[in-house]
Write a protein that binds this ligand. Structure first.
Ligand SMILES: *Cc1c(COP(=O)(O)O)cnc(C)c1O
Length: 378
């Protein structure tokens, strides 16, 4: 089997793998209720949220969590500002458009970011701001704390797409004053794909209560609220069947993350990212993000060397490691992406295997480079 160094699904720890292999429990089984409740409490810790914040777990992927945020916060005709740093911000704008929300965008060139001052200047009449903490199509990380401070001053709601950041970058929902921070199970949390996760502020639930046009029933936070409260209080409940097997895997993953300490997990991602970049530098590769300070620690988006064509990830795969191709439409054929998120960042041998596979593939396409030197630099 290939080593997964794409942007999710990612490699699992032995503990999460074991939990994923258990047969699914009934949704009212005491063990499931205990796991569900524990996972919700652990989410508050990992998100930097307070007791007043409400975590939610949906069966679905990250895109579903985006749909939940868009349809629970805004009515058709309200105005949203999308801080657009790439493909996933664009997706959020499309979701909002389908809700009938009027969308304004601040669009960054691929590899660039949007500064808090630019956001501040665009907040007039805006009801909610949507930003992507790490845009997986470019590897750019925005200054989410700085943007959050501007949004808070304006009174608009603030939604953070943290699909490529939660568990791997500093997340501080309470300090930011963010109303929704969302992610998916298969990225930096290192759990199998299938769960959409989000934490909502009291203001977010207020916004839902005020809606004129309610969201689709299965996405409605108010339908799910008593179910999640029941799980935290240890009581059985039912609205629609949760992905019980995945909830067990989620709790195993969050257990490991909380035991390690979320800050230490973030530092582990940073260390791995800097090591990978030193190694990629020896291979002669450069980053798509314009400056090192805005390059995310959960992935490296790397320009392909002159003359190397976009089938390059297939070459790497032949050496047993899956990396991702370009995704941003403006530069798609000119770069590739290596995910280094989740459990794998604690495994130097797997990171070395990745560097070696990339280096050997580069040599095959005529790009002379020092593969063992790169592994040593890692
Ligand atoms: C992966 C990703 C998504 C989409 O998540 P899916 O689970 O593929 O639906 C959204 N936003 C960001 C930043 C992502 O990295």
């Amino acid at each position: 089997m290939s080593l997964l160094m794409i942007l999710g699904p990612v490699e699992l720890s032995p503990g999460v793998r074991a939990a994923s292999a258990e047969p699914p429990l009934g949704h009212t089984a005491p063990a499931l209720i205990a796991s569900f409740g524990a996972a919700l409490r652990q989410m508050r810790t990992v998100w930097g949220a307070g007791p007043e914040h409400q975590p939610f777990v949906f069966a679905g992927s990250g895109t579903l969590a985006m749909e939940v945020a868009a349809t629970n916060l805004l009515d058709p005709g309200q105005r949203a500002l999308v801080v657009d740093t790439g493909v996933f911000s664009d997706r959020m704008a499309r979701i909002l458009g389908r809700r009938g929300v009027e969308v304004e965008r601040l669009t960054a060139a691929p590899g660039a970011t949007i500064a808090p001052a630019e956001v501040a200047a665009a907040l007039q009449g805006i009801d909610a701001v949507f930003a992507t903490h790490v845009d997986t199509s470019t590897g750019v990380r925005i200054d989410v704390a700085g943007i959050a401070a501007e949004v808070r001053r304006s009174g608009a709601l603030f939604v953070v797409d943290g699909v490529c950041s939660v568990g791997g970058e500093p997340v501080a929902q309470a300090d930011w004053g963010a109303d929704v921070v969302l992610t998916a199970s298969q990225k930096a949390l290192s759990v199998p794909p299938g769960l959409a996760l989000l934490v909502a502020s009291p203001r977010a639930l207020e916004a839902r209560r005020r809606l004129r046009v309610p969201p689709p029933l299965v996405l409605d936070l108010l339908e799910w609220l008593p179910i999640h409260q029941a799980y935290e209080e240890g009581r059985p409940s039912y609205f629609a069947t949760p992905a019980t097997g995945l909830v067990r895997a989620l709790q195993a993953g969050l257990d490991e993350l909380v035991a390690e300490g979320p800050d230490i997990a973030v530092a582990r991602h940073r260390t791995a990212a800097l090591a990978m970049r030193r190694a990629f530098g020896v291979l002669g590769l450069t980053l798509v993000p314009e400056r090192p300070e805005i390059a995310a620690h959960t992935l490296s988006a790397l320009w392909l060397p002159e003359g190397v064509d976009p089938s390059f990830p297939g070459r790497v795969a032949a050496h047993g490691v899956l990396v991702a191709g370009g995704l941003h439409p403006d530069i798609r054929a000119r770069y590739f992406r290596v995910g280094h998120l989740g459990w794998v960042t604690s495994q130097p041998a797997l990171l070395a295997q990745t560097v070696r596979a990339v280096g050997l593939a580069l040599r095959e396409v005529g790009h002379d480079c020092d593969v063992e030197g790169a592994v040593a630099a890692l």
